[in-house]
Ligand binder design. Sequence first.
Ligand code: FES
Length: 382
Amino acid sequence: MVNAIAAIAAKMNGMERQAMAAVITLLVEGSTAAAGAIIVSCALIRKAKAMSYTIRLLPGGHEFQAEAHETLLDAALRCGVNVHYNCNSGTCGGCGVRVVSGRVEEERFHDYVMKEPEKRQGHVLLCSVTAASDMVIESIATASADEIPRQSIDAKVMKVESIGDDYRVLHLRTPRTHTLRFLAGQQVALQVADLPPRRLFIASCPCNGMVLQFHLRRDAADAFAVHVFNHMAIHDPVRIDGPVGDFILDDDSVRPLVMVAQETGFAPIKSLIEHAIALELPQPQRLFWVAPAPDGHYLENYCRALKDSLDDFDFTLLLARHDGEWPRLAAAMAAAASTPAACDVYVCAAPTLAEAVRQAFIQRGACAGRIKLASGAMTGVC
Ligand code: FES
């Protein structure tokens, strides 16, 4: 019973915990009616908290919806808005913003001591407050990879997911107080035991910096992959350093998106797709996924689920393994893309295939500046 009450209390904010303490005291004293009144009040507060509010950032004008029960930082990240932050636990002050209009409620205690001038100007910590109305706040959304600081985080293995004999999806969990801040399409270096660091693309969405996903193919020449396939276990420590890389989404563009992945080059493409979904980008998305054998499309079901649930997402699985096949394959992709001249093209493939795709789309009228290549994903030595 005591444990159950403690679990409920842990999910409450300060005001709710005080209300619960008052209810328990009144019940112990025999004042059932007063306790009932407080319970009804709490229910009304909960109902009010089911609302969501529109938050507008100045000067960029980005907007996102915040539920009344989530911190402004969690809401921004969930919606794909990369605001500045560091610890996500109220200690660094990195998520400070100025409230121009609207009201907030303190959701979490914070150790960071706000200076008096900041308080007078209406500064709050995004990771510590919830919205209590529609709001306008001053905070610059991160637009470029250079603005993301390098971080070192001691994470733990959550799960090593086997997909067939030759592919693994590695799930890492960071401490709650030290989540990874990154942009979709970036990489980090992972280090286990005494192996050299292995750079890998992050396959998950930046909207959750605490649970990170990585894709690996069986490769006897890759010491990190050998370790993951043969030795890695739940709770093993993994050091994360990064992020790096500028294979990131131009989220101001409204051009149709074409994504080309080769085998585990699907990892950053998946992150870009999930980021585009979080941002609710309206343009069509078309994925081409090349692999040497059918099991190389190791998340085919995930692609099918996206196609079923999104209005304008489609994908094509392609089989090919030799360099000589790339020009034909790339030409077929450019021909199948409905408006190649008007697209933004993102390619994560071996350099020879990436270059063939670039040439094929340019021949179909695509602007070279709208084609982004991330090479080296296939060997992991990028
Ligand atoms: S992110 Fe560190 S105080 Fe909010």
